[in-house]
Design a protein around this ligand. Structure first.
Ligand code: AMP
Length: 276
């Protein structure tokens, strides 16, 4: 496994590889990330991973400085997973002083749901992913459905910019108790974790209700909210949206994303389920 920290080294090492599948991450790797690495193998003989906590996608009051950066463990996990190339740049390498601020945006999709609660977040995501794609020039890139809005925005961006990258969507990995795996779960105390599980319970209860024939989303949303509110977890939003337009849906007639963002103490968690 080759580990590089500069653009020049990354470009040089990439050139030595043929067809390449790429997974951008912020590190603090967990089995959810590793499942993307394993799927990547099916899309290309070589796999590249970036480990970069991207400052431009964090708001001023968010957890950029305290976001976990267990670099040694992450590198060992990449190595064990058979990753060929790891790109681990510094913020100064990615955002060089003197280069102009650039805005990459997908208006309409970036200002709703997560975008409403994390102002500027998706502009930061679009910018870093465009830059990483230009540096690594992957043939395929893999993203988790856990961040379904991010995946939808990036897919639209790739289409609109004619980027020659195949976008691959991967299912959400959950712990045995159902909690969606996330680097931020390591902030949760045992007690917080019990409370966080109300998000999972709400989503699965709504799915069960839908399977029993309930299609009005106001009822499904109330079902999701109930256990979360009972645990005094602060809800940012619970929504039922179209997977492509991300617009609210009133009655389920086709694939619908049930999405939750909530704060357990200081830890902000998101999760979703697609019902159809
Ligand atoms: P992050 O390091 O949080 O930026 O995530 C890097 C990639 O891993 C993103 O495409 C995420 O959607 C994906 N990912 C994060 N958590 C999970 C999970 N539990 N299951 C599947 N993919 C995930």
């Amino acid at each position: 496994m080759i580990v590089v920290h500069t653009l020049a080294a990354c470009r040089a090492e990439r050139q030595k590889l043929g067809r390449l599948a790429f997974i951008p991450t912020m590190g603090a790797l967990h089995p959810g990330h590793l499942s993307l690495f394993a799927t990547a193998r099916k899309h290309a003989p070589h796999v590249a991973v970036s480990l970069f906590v991207n400052p431009t996608q964090f708001g001023p009051t968010e957890d950029f400085t305290k976001y976990p950066r267990p670099i040694e463990t992450d590198l060992a996990l990449c190595e064990a997973a058979g990753v060929d190339l790891v790109f681990n740049p510094s913020p100064e390498e990615m955002y060089r002083p003197g280069t102009p601020d650039l805005v990459v945006d997908v208006p309409g999709l970036t200002s709703i749901l997560e975008g409403k609660h994390r102002l500027g977040h998706f502009k930061g995501v679009c910018l870093i992913v465009t830059k990483l794609f230009n540096i690594i020039r992957p043939d395929a890139a893999l993203f988790g459905q856990k961040d379904f809005q991010q995946l939808r925005i990036l897919t639209a961006m790739v289409e609109a910019l004619d980027l020659p990258v195949e976008m691959v969507s991967c299912p959400t990995l959950r712990d045995a108790d159902g909690l969606a795996m996330s680097s931020r779960n390591r902030y949760l105390s045992a007690e917080d974790r019990v409370r966080a599980l109300s998000i999972t319970r709400g989503l699965f209860a709504a799915e069960a209700e839908f399977k029993r024939g309930i299609t009005q989303t106001n009822r499904l949303i109330a079902t999701i909210q109930k256990p979360i509110l009972e645990q005094h977890v602060n809800i940012d939003y619970v929504a039922a949206v179209d997977p492509v337009t991300l617009k609210n849906i009133e009655v389920v007639t086709g694939p619908t994303v049930l999405a939750v963002a909530a704060r357990v103490g200081k830890t902000r968690l998101i999760d979703n389920l697609v019902i159809a």
